[in-house]
Design a binder for this molecule. Structure first.
Ligand SMILES: N[C@@H](CCC(=O)N[C@@H](CSO)C(=O)NCC(=O)O)C(=O)O
Length: 221
């Protein structure tokens, strides 16, 4: 039978990386199980997330938790040791963090997908939308070290996986993120000084190579 904590994941998934960073921040030991998303999904994945059939899925004592932001909150509540990812006694602060994590899900993932899936005018629009969304986050971050202030937390975990794709965005969209969002680039460097982030995020060159592979094999780039 399964170990206490298992993460069904896929190495390049920003959503899975959120969960891995949260588990590392809390020092929770777990079994990582890479899933095949391209050819045939495992029985375990299909029965663990029958509604969306997507990774990540956290299996805790055999019970599946789905959706990366829900998984990160679950981890924060079930393993309260180490610094909280969401402010414990601050409902307003938690609401603000959830607002920005939702914004990232609504905007960043959508824009970056369009950037590398589309061509011509549509790709140009995706580039503009991505820069716009990153600028909005830059404005929200302002001069704080992290999105929640002094401490690394929920919104940082929601966004930081996308930073290992910045190289791919810049190469595909022919633009410099640092030029438009210097504070976001500085924030990404600060996050990467944390072992939880440094050991989880894949090398940007590997990510770019994967995105190119998908573009060519799926979209005939
Ligand atoms: N809202 C969800 C998104 C998960 C997701 O898209 N997972 C992708 C891989 S990462 O892009 C996935 O499992 N895709 C498989 C499929 O769509 O068949 C979350 O936050 O966990």
């Amino acid at each position: 039978d399964l170990p206490e904590v298992v993460l069904l994941d896929f190495w390049v998934s920003p959503f899975g990386q959120r969960c891995r960073i949260a588990l590392a921040e809390k020092g929770v030991p777990y079994k990582y199980r890479e899933q095949d998303l391209l050819l045939s999904k495992s029985e375990l994945l299909l029965r663990s997330n029958p509604v969306h059939k997507k990774i990540p899925v956290l299996l805790h004592a055999g019970r599946p938790v789905c959706e990366s932001l829900a998984i990160v909150e679950y981890i924060d509540e079930v393993w309260p040791q180490a610094a909280p990812l969401l402010p414990r006694d601050d409902p307003y602060g938690r609401a603000q963090a959830r607002f920005w994590a939702d914004y990232i899900d609504k905007k960043i993932y959508g824009c970056q997908s369009r950037l590398w899936k589309l061509k011509g005018e549509a790709q140009e629009q995706a580039r503009k939308d991505l820069i716009e969304a990153l600028k909005t986050l830059e404005f929200e971050l302002d001069d704080k070290p992290y999105f929640g202030g002094e401490n690394f937390g929920f919104v940082d975990i929601a966004l930081v996986p996308f930073t290992c794709r910045f190289l791919a965005y810049e190469k595909l969209g022919s633009f410099s993120i640092e030029e438009h969002c210097p504070k976001i680039v500085a924030w990404a460097k600060l996050c990467k000084e944390r072992e939880s982030v440094a050991k989880v995020l894949p090398d940007p060159d590997k990510v770019f190579e994967f995105i190119q592979f998908i573009r060519i094999s799926k979209f005939g780039a």
